[in-house]
Design a protein around this ligand. Structure first.
Ligand code: NOJ
Ligand code: CA
Length: 677
């Protein structure tokens, strides 16, 4: 009797033991991912042997097919490892190392005749995992069930912007307890009680909806896919691979900035020879519209005139810029252009913009016209004209186009097959595909794209290197008219959030901050002049704008010299120090390029509203080399509110054995060129 009772107990106890658990570790062994099929497939993550992500569910709900939830068993696993170095045609580093261990787990539910795989990659700087589904019937996803259950959520601090809002990604960042982050965009960055810094994002977002994170229970975020206008999340044929769900992990804030995980999880270049893709610097007929000096539309203040553009091309060529962005050149801007998406022409110019003469002038002086396509969110109107629009630009030697999708979140207008207008989100599956269509078509015309009001970056520049940059956060323009303008800490937050996704067209370099007066009550950049310079090094983009009016640069030739010197393409980049929302210090070595010999280093340091002293050991510099350090620093009395312009330019000879002490004013910065001697 007793024996029978015991064996019954044993049988009952052994049931959970049937659950399978598999695991994979990062090459350095510090990160472990554990995946199991105990009732509901789930994963967890340990860092330095401590829980970081607790048991978090995996799976999907579909519109018709049964859910992928409980009762999926692990049926097979395979493992592999990779260590290779690959090259970027342009970027923050020429060489990137991809070193990871991979675990591929197959789950099956026999009763449902359903299966899927989860592929996990563990790197030293974090993990990525994705679903691979291969069913024979179309599947419409209504919910992805992926969870991120954060250990010690109540003791963690998070930095975030809200998702599904009218202003897309263009919000002031919040710093709160992690528990107060409700529905948030990624990259979603937080630090836990042990000061471990973590950022959740995704890589390779293709033919799928963007994932935003919904804190459904305290500390547990669930993937929330931005829906289509008909309410479903993702339409698939039954065979699909999701984007990688990524968790970047580091001991220090700067470790997140040195992570290349997002790029490593993207596919290699699919465009072949991309020597026609050109990083570089540009100016534009642009800021004048934002500060109401000019208009996009026709009339007396029209910015995009032939005469004005020629003068900008001359200025660009004289000062070493590659191109001139011209907005408001095409028919459609008159009236309230925010609502004009139906009437934009992408091939007809305003009568006072002679594109032939302008292109010829550009060729003569040696600067290119940079194109602009503002859609005001009417993507069907754009789609109809897109090919002709790129043909026109290609004919006029335009090799870079800035696109724009100004429309409230959820108000992208498309005309469906029945001729009915549908309204989509900027980050739903429809638009994810639309943005990429634009980039691929541009590539056929050897044109690179800089997307404004974009889908967030998920590293697709690796696969499509002509996708140079995008906006996707509050840029400089908010300092002209935003309510409020970007606060002093904004760029020190951007570095650890938005910038983890990829290059941003922030458009630094506003020299005249007094267009509405100084102080803290007006719209203006809430920075010092030195900080405007440092942003060129801190906020990485292969294309950087000198955003101010030419006359404001001519008024400050001393500071302008730094913008003229600084490259936009790098051999190597290192985040040296920083704390999220407080300060950032980056060092970058220039890449050999037509204007650069590849020997100089640059440093950018920025601070929030607090003045700060930073010790900068120069041990990143090359061995056996002497440099002239050309230091652009806040003057002794500089402070952002009333004395932003005071700038000291100091030159001294240094080697890698020296240490500099940087004094940053309130919302100040330092920008340094180390010119190899
Ligand atoms: C918003 C963009 O961010 C800005 O740069 C542009 O000038 C306007 N749209 C007009 O296209
Ligand atoms: Ca914008």
């Amino acid at each position: 009797m007793q024996l029978r009772y015991l064996s019954l107990c044993f049988a009952m106890m052994s049931l959970p033991l049937l659950a399978k658990t598999e695991q994979v570790s990062s090459p350095n062994g510090l990160i472990q991912v554990i995946i199991s099929d105990d009732n509901h497939p789930a994963y967890s993550v340990l860092y330095r042997d401590k829980p970081l992500i607790n048991q978090s569910k995996l799976g999907f709900d579909f519109q018709v097919a049964p859910s992928f939830r409980e009762d999926f068993q692990i049926t097979s696993v395979s493992k592999q490892s990779k260590q290779e170095v690959w090259q970027q045609p342009w970027g923050e580093d020429r060489e990137i190392e991809d070193h990871h261990n991979e675990l591929l787990v197959s789950f099956e539910n026999k009763a449902q005749a359903a299966s899927y795989r989860v592929r996990i990659r563990a790197f030293d700087d974090g993990i990525g995992f994705r679903y691979e589904v291969n069913q024979n019937t179309p599947l419409t996803i209504v919910r992805e069930l992926t969870e991120f259950s954060i250990q010690d959520a109540d003791k963690s601090t998070a930095w975030w912007i809200p998702a599904r809002g009218w202003n897309r990604y263009e919000y002031v960042y919040n710093t709160t307890s992690l528990l107060d982050a409700s529905l948030v965009h990624t990259p979603f960055t937080f630090k836990n009680r042990d000061n471990v810094h973590v950022s959740i994002h995704e890589a390779a977002l293709v033919d799928y909806a963007a994932m935003v994170l919904d804190q459904r229970r305290p500390g547990t975020f669930v993937s929330n896919l931005t829906p289509w206008s008909d309410g479903v999340a993702v339409k698939t044929k039954g065979q699909f691979t999701t984007p990688w769900r990524t968790i970047q992990i580091g001991d220090k804030a700067k470790d997140l900035l040195n992570s290349r995980l997002i790029l490593n999880l993207n596919e290699p270049n699919k465009l072949g020879d991309v020597s026609w893709v050109e990083p570089g610097k540009y100016i534009g007929i642009w800021w004048g519209m934002h500060i109401n000096k000019n208009t996009w539309g026709s009339g007396e203040k029209h910015g995009a005139t032939t005469e004005n553009t020629k003068a900008y091309l001359d200025f660009a060529a004289q000062h070493g810029f590659d191109g001139v962005l011209v907005e408001g050149w095409n028919i459609g801007w008159d009236g309230d252009w925010f609502f004009n998406g139906d009437v934009f022409s992408f091939t007809e110019t305003y009568p006072d913009f002679d594109i032939d003469a302008i292109a010829k002038h550009g060729q003569k002086v040696g600067a290119k016209l940079i194109g602009h396509h503002e859609t005001s969110g009417n993507v069907s109107n754009y789609r109809k004209q897109m090919k002709a629009a790129f043909e026109l630009y290609q004919k006029h030697h335009v090799s870079q186009v800035k696109t724009g999708y100004v429309a409230d979140g959820g108000n992208i207008k498309r005309i469906d097959d029945q001729g009915i207008a549908r309204y989509e989100w900027h980050d739903g599956q429809f638009m994810v595909n639309e943005y990429l269509y634009n980039v691929k078509l541009a590539a056929e015309h050897k044109i690179s794209i800089n997307t404004h009001e974009p889908i967030k970056d998920t590293g697709l520049r690796r696969t499509y290197p002509n996708w140079l940059a995008r906006e996707g956060a509050r840029g400089q323009e908010f300092n002209a008219w935003g309510t409020p303008p970007n606060p002093p800490e904004h760029t020190t937050l951007l570095a650890y959030t938005r910038m983890l996704a990829g290059p941003m067209d922030f458009t630094p370099g506003i020299f005249d901050m007094s267009f509405n007066g100084l102080g803290d009550k007006t719209n203006r950049p809430q920075t010092t002049l030195a900080k405007q310079l440092a942003l060129y090094v801190v906020l990485y983009s292969p294309i950087q704008m000198a955003a101010d009016l030419p006359e404001n640069y001519l008024a400050r030739p001393d500071a302008f010299q730094f913008i003229k010197d600084v490259p936009t393409d790098w051999e190597h980049s290192i985040a040296l120090a920083g704390e999220v929302g407080d300060f950032v210090v980056f060092a970058r070595k220039e890449r050999k390029h037509k204007h650069y010999n590849g020997n100089d280093w640059y440093v950018g340091a920025i601070t929030d509203e607090h003045a700060r002293e930073i010790k900068l050991p120069l041990d990143f510099l090359d061995n056996d080399t002497r440099y002239e350090a050309q230091i652009y620093q806040d003057g002794k009395k500089a402070e952002w509110k009333h004395n932003p312009y005071e700038l000291d330019i100091v030159k001294q000879i240094v080697t890698r054995n020296d240490t500099l002490t940087l004094q940053l004013a309130t919302s100040g910065g330092s920008a340094i060129r180390f010119k190899a001697l």
